[in-house]
Write a protein that binds this ligand. Structure first.
Ligand code: PAN
Ligand code: ZN
Length: 198
């Protein structure tokens, strides 16, 4: 498998292949199956049943060779499959950057949602192709595939020294969950009732 390059890096260009949605040259690819998302879906029994019934891939993260080290600016493409666990739409684990720094996401294909939580306030941004979502420092972020049939893919660009804290999400949650509803995706903030999106 391709690996990250070792600093110091020389200037180089990276091609975004529009048909395969790959970054070339490629770096490492991370695959997250449903079993990797333990403790994150609301319906734990339904999550367990789906894990036992094939443990599907939920998303992949394909990086360029730019490494996650301080002062570098890595990029990756996340591709989330369509699907749900008892109506709760497939999502990424979500994390907080322990070194409070910003990040941008650029929508590439499909329909996505960017759920943001700073421990008090919740924001939900719709991310479609060519739309950039800005994640300010101090906001935990999780991506959701809100399309019913297609993959949702986006490019992320983030400071290499920011780190990824997944424990923060296990401790604080996201303040809301995203479900497939009759009229599209529904954001259900807990403990308040549902809000219909779009
Ligand atoms: C993204 C995420 C990617 C996968 O590149 O890391 O979408 O999500 P999780 O890391 O939450 O599993 C990013 O926000 N990087 O900082
Ligand atoms: Zn991030």
């Amino acid at each position: 498998m391709a690996d990250f390059a070792a600093p110091p890096l020389r200037p180089f260009s990276i091609r975004l292949d529009r048909s395969s949605l790959e970054l070339l040259p490629a770096g490492p690819v991370l695959t997250r199956r449903l079993s990797d998302l333990e403790g994150l879906f609301a319906d734990e029994a339904a999550w367990r049943a789906d894990v036992d019934n094939g443990d599907p891939i939920v998303y992949t993260v394909a990086s360029s060779p730019v490494p996650e080290t301080a002062t570098e600016l890595p990029q990756s493409i996340t591709r989330i499959r369509p699907g749900d666990v008892a109506g709760e739409l497939y999502f990424t684990k979500g994390h907080m950057h322990p070194v409070a720094e910003g990040e941008i996401y650029l929508g590439l294909e499909g329909e996505g949602g960017l759920l943001l939580f700073d421990g008090t306030d919740i924001e939900f941004l719709e991310i479609t192709p060519d739309r950039i979502g800005y994640i300010p420092p101090g906001w935990a972020h999780r991506s959701v595939n809100v399309g019913s049939n297609d993959d949702y893919s986006f490019l992320a660009v983030y400071p290499g020294g920011a780190g990824h804290d997944y424990g923060w999400v296990l401790e604080h949650g996201f303040g809301a969950r995203v479900y497939a509803g009759a009229a599209g995706a529904e954001l259900r903030s807990y403990p308040q009732p549902a809000l219909t999106l779009g």
